[in-house]
Design a protein around this ligand. Sequence first.
Ligand SMILES: Nc1nc2c(ncn2[C@@H]2O[C@H](COP(=O)(O)OP(=O)(O)OP(=O)(O)O)[C@@H](O)[C@H]2O)c(=O)[nH]1
Ligand SMILES: [Mg+2]
Length: 417
Amino acid sequence: MNELERVLLVGVNSNQYSSDQEFIYTMEELENLAVSCELEVKDVVTQNLSQIVAATYIGSGKLIEIKQYVLSDEIDTVVFNDELTPTQLRNIQEEIPCKVIDRTTLILDIFARRAKTKEAILQVEIAQLRYLLPRLSSLHDDFSRQEGRIGSRGPGEKKIELSRRRIESQIDFLNKKLKEIAEKRKIQRSLRKRNKIPVVALVGYTNAGKSTVLNSLIGYSKNEEEKLVFSHNMLFATLETTTRKIILENNKRFLVTDTVGFVSKLPHHLIKAFRSTLEEVIEADLILHVIDSSNSNHTKQEQVTNQVLTELGVKDTPVVKVYNKIDQAENDIVSSEGIHISAKKNINIDSLISLLETHLFEHYRKINMLIPYTEGQVFNVLKEQATLIDYSYEDNGIKVYVEADEQLLGKYNDFVI
Ligand SMILES: Nc1nc2c(ncn2[C@@H]2O[C@H](COP(=O)(O)OP(=O)(O)OP(=O)(O)O)[C@@H](O)[C@H]2O)c(=O)[nH]1
Ligand SMILES: [Mg+2]
């Protein structure tokens, strides 16, 4: 087995944070990201500054301290808690005799490890190349020497040919391929719209339990063909957007879309590259914001998700908060809004379903019909696709009290009584 790369984490507690706790939280998050990249965190260096130093990120004294640390402690890589500008990266690298990377590199690296579908691989590769482009001169040595190590992991582990022009044309080429896939998505979405099946999108911080919530809803569905989705205790288990159809006992149906989780300071290029899949969220009828209520930082994680939603341009879509993992939560979450569940232990999923029903089907109509016995197939269609609240066999036909959307009921106007 390869020895783990040993890293030193460096952060500046600047006035970008509203409190010390918030800064400490992002450092913990950085550590989790590093561990997800199979790095061994040897130590952490922080500095309080009102602002990040434009030229070197951290003060010059601290930089010398870090250099000494690197020389004495066999540190392989120094990881900075923010995305370094190309200038910062170059200046730091001149000072520190080991590899220098930043939070964005870690996030991109995890995404590159997890990407499985063609679309996700393209999205990650585009984000990586965009990040690389302005930093070519600083990264050149690292990339040629350290193939396969952190920061050089591209989808398919391809060796990146480092010429600006080639990278630009590669980005164009990948963007075109991504656009083709995005077009297909668009067509699927417009088909769904025509069928008027409501869409629910699951969003939230990574590892909050979004995929597990989808699986618990699939467990409630009559639609047995739907496969469960991958859920796992790791950061960014899901990168690919998946949509599953849920059919309730009462025949009401809706689609649920599961997608990539969020983290603080999610690289801008990554959000841009994932835009086509995240459009599914923007166009949903309802957003379920899944929160890991057992995590002591869940309030901060909620804010992170809200920020990303704002960045995506989500404004008018109703959002319901789903406090998940209540089986593990230590304190009661004091919150009047939202719903508290455990997706893994199937606690309160029926309340979640009722909540979805109130949000998604409020425009459904309830009507009485009399279906003549000669039109037996109409009764069968209603039995399969609508909610039959009541029915009785009368002399002149089947009398039904039924609930469904206008599109379905409109077909049988003749039978309305
Ligand atoms: N105890 C407990 N664990 C849960 C619950 N829901 C999910 N988990 C666990 O939390 C971990 C993450 O779950 P996922 O469903 O993969 O989380 P996610 O939000 O989809 O994560 P990403 O796809 O990485 O963004 C898994 O190990 C789940 O088994 C819950 O209600 N209780
Ligand atoms: Mg997931």
